[in-house]
Write a protein that binds this ligand. Sequence first.
Ligand SMILES: Cc1cc2nc3c(=O)[nH]c(=O)nc-3n(C[C@H](O)[C@H](O)[C@H](O)COP(=O)(O)O)c2cc1C
Length: 177
Amino acid sequence: MRVLAISGSLRKGSTNTAALDALARLAPHGMRVLVYQDLAKLPPYNPDDDVDQGSLPQLVEALRAMIGACDAVVIAAPEYAHGVPGVLKNALDWLVASEVFAGKRVVLINAAPRAYHAQANLREILTTMSARFLADAFVNLPLLGRTMTAEEIVADPTCVRRLGHVIDALVEAVGDG
Ligand SMILES: Cc1cc2nc3c(=O)[nH]c(=O)nc-3n(C[C@H](O)[C@H](O)[C@H](O)COP(=O)(O)O)c2cc1C
């Protein structure tokens, strides 16, 4: 099973990125979690450039291909001013016309449960893009105000249990076809 994990934070010490790195470490045999690395390099979305394949920016084509090829997408994003970080929204805007999210299984991890506006906003955006949320698609981690590395997260029983729920939900959903 291939899972693409996208962090909405570009911060070097990002808790959201650490949570996704932890998910990758906890993934069982047979599940590969790839943490997307090029969010900061995507060009600003411009509908004029959102044209037929072949003339799209290369990183956009690559992202579309990655999403098309994976079995599920896991997103962890901070909240900025009660909204989705601009860099993440920019990536999603590049994906709307391609319809790669249509029917794609999605899980949203919220590292800071106070940030419910961004989660609600992401849910609305991805619903508009016809994503398919898993039954346990909205997972909170108790990381508000804490700076934790992936190593620390995989050593924290509560985080491991909740990330385990994500893994179980992915296995069940993808196994069911
Ligand atoms: C510009 C900016 C705006 C923010 N706005 C909010 C907000 O509206 N609500 C909130 O709960 N946290 C807000 N935060 C806090 C971040 O969401 C929080 O620090 C988050 O855990 C950072 O995630 P990261 O460690 O993955 O970078 C804001 C942070 C920044 C830098």
